[in-house]
Design a binder for this molecule. Structure first.
Ligand SMILES: [Zn+2]
Ligand SMILES: [Zn+2]
Length: 167
């Protein structure tokens, strides 16, 4: 019997999410495709972490889910997705505290569409300073305009302090 991949929710609710997309460079990394040359800093069955190819800070890593979730807009307010995002942040924190313990600030966040570069959810993990410093514009929350969402201050994780849902 064919096992449904959508056992966690209705197909409509999960629109845009697939176990993998053939054309997606981050899916290739997530499933360790032979063509992918990314060096993984961390991997488990849910997420992988690697360096941003165009780093904007002293350390700049990306943590992505193995599952193809296009953007933050495709996240649901479920335990499962809160756990996933919390896990992504935890992995990023562990890596930055290992590799950049003396950094002035660690920042974790997502770009909201249309500000995201690649349509596969990725958490930017930045150990500041920004290099060069003008790059910070891209990784600073712009309030109601959206742009960059600070993962720890959002309600995407369990520890979020914000009460407004803004994604
Ligand atoms: Zn993908
Ligand atoms: Zn991005």
């Amino acid at each position: 019997m064919k096992k449904s991949l959508c056992f966690r929710g209705s197909a409509a609710k999960r629109a845009g999410r697939t176990p993998m997309a053939d054309w997606c460079v981050f899916c290739d990394i997530g499933r360790r495709a032979p063509a992918s040359t990314a060096v993984l800093l961390y991997s488990d069955d849910k997420v992988v972490a690697f360096q941003d190819i165009n780093p904007s800070a002293f350390r700049h890593y990306l943590v992505i889910p193995v599952e193809h979730i296009p953007t933050v807009k495709n996240l649901q307010r479920t335990n499962e997705d809160h756990q996933l995002v919390s896990h992504m942040v935890k992995v990023g924190k562990d890596l930055l505290s290992r590799d950049a313990p003396k950094s002035e600030e660690h920042r974790f966040g997502f770009h909201q569409p249309p500000f995201n570069s690649i349509d596969h959810l990725h958490l930017h993990c930045l150990a500041l300073p920004f290099i060069p410093s003008w790059r910070q514009v891209k990784y600073t929350p712009l309030g109601p305009l959206g742009g960059f969402i600070d993962a720890e201050k959002s309600n995407l994780t369990y520890k979020g302090t914000s009460t407004t849902i803004n994604y």
